[in-house]
Design a protein around this ligand. Sequence first.
Ligand code: GLP
Length: 240
Amino acid sequence: MIIHVMDDYEQMSIKAAGIVADQVTAKSDTVLGLATGSTPEGMYRLLVEKHRRGMDFSRVVAFNLDEYIGLPPEHPQSYHYYMYHKFFKHINIPPQNINIPRGLADNFDRVCQEYDRRINEAGGIDLLVLGVGRNGHIGFNEPNSRLNIGTHVIGLTENTIKVNGRFFRSLEEVPRRAITMGMGSILKARKIVLLANGLNKALAIKETVSGKITTEVPVSLLQLHPNLLIIVDKGAASLI
Ligand code: GLP
């Protein structure tokens, strides 16, 4: 585990964008795993700027971590909408190389199996960018007595519903379920970059760095990963 403590959010974003850019430059057909949330927004903005200055994403394949169940792709709070508007529509990644778990389906078992099959067929994830929930969730792998290896549907915890409610008009509108990549694909990623900023992530980062490894704090499982880079601002680093 390597930890970079940056001065502020902007520096964290610059560092993260640089790592993604170096990866794509070194391997043009890189398979990226991508997170949503407020944390990586700056990184996406900087990657779009890099693309405008010539960075090529035409061979990149992307797999997003998660999506809310029940939101159509055009819903402003869906992760499809977020990824398209903040990143994908501004770069030259081919649409067929974009993978985001579907939030609407008749048969979610089939959707989950298909998602894992696609990740495997792509050769697994080269570089996975993660954020972390205040309760230690990654993707939507919520604290639990057991975690799933594969892509699965999960009920969101009250804490996550409350925290993510800030993006919705009311708490009632927050979906209660989500589909998420499982811990198997996450831990099999060849390199993981975990981003966190702000004091409200300090405890989760402490658990990541030195907490007991437990499924009750999913991010703590990252301690088992051989190639983990943590990039945090001073606030998120304040308890380590
Ligand atoms: C969300 C997402 C995660 C994200 C996390 C942190 O619920 N499912 O993928 O990393 O919560 O979000 P934020 O970056 O807004 O703090």
